[in-house]
Design a protein around this ligand. Sequence first.
Ligand code: ATP
Length: 223
Amino acid sequence: MLTLENLTLAYPDGESGTLLALDSVDLTVPDGQMVALVGPSGSGKSSLLAVAGALVTPTSGTVTIDDRPVTGASAAERTRIRREDVGLVFQQPHLLPSLTALEQLQLSEALSGTRPRDSRSAAREALAAVGMERAADRRPHQLSGGMRQRVNIARALMGRPAVMLVDEPTAALDQDRSAEVMDLLARLTHERGLATVVVTHDLESVPVADRAVHMRDGRVSEH
Ligand SMILES: Nc1ncnc2c1ncn2[C@@H]1O[C@H](COP(=O)(O)OP(=O)(O)OP(=O)(O)O)[C@@H](O)[C@H]1O
């Protein structure tokens, strides 16, 4: 479960002012629930993901993952949280051109210190979870945009996260591929009991989520 309580994130703005990218945000995402986060450009959606994923420290308020405090944790603990508790998926997959799909996943495991043999079976399992087992040996240029995004999602599953944070996963995809990616995220959320937040501009994809939350001027409201 992901719990955000009374979160504020302020940036300096002009001579003496501050801009509230997040303004008193409360949001609880239970295990097995996918929340679609919608709202205009600049409303704070990416800021919310960055704070929830322990990438940015809020000005005030708390983030909790499965009863473990994220805000206030040591730098080492925050690194562990980012690696093990949170799966991050960005709009662009950022795959390395020279590596196969399997190797992309193994690399992220190697960086976290897992033994090579374990990382190979974990990578195969994650690729199977996103329906990509038969493309394990293909490099990014041999994959479609939708397949690349699946590898990206598989990579986020490697640490067996409790929380999945997804920023505009379908921005570069056509309508059919977008629907497939959103259906996949919903299935993984339900099968694995993930607490998932998906930022999306694509209103057709919102009904796939269990719940929609709207953001405006740093504040959230249920849709
Ligand atoms: N590093 C920063 N320094 C100063 N202001 C920032 C910074 N990052 C974001 N902001 C401001 O915070 C507000 C929220 O930005 P954020 O990127 O979270 O919005 P968003 O809803 O994700 O927008 P988009 O849909 O365009 O990605 C905006 O006004 C933005 O200009």
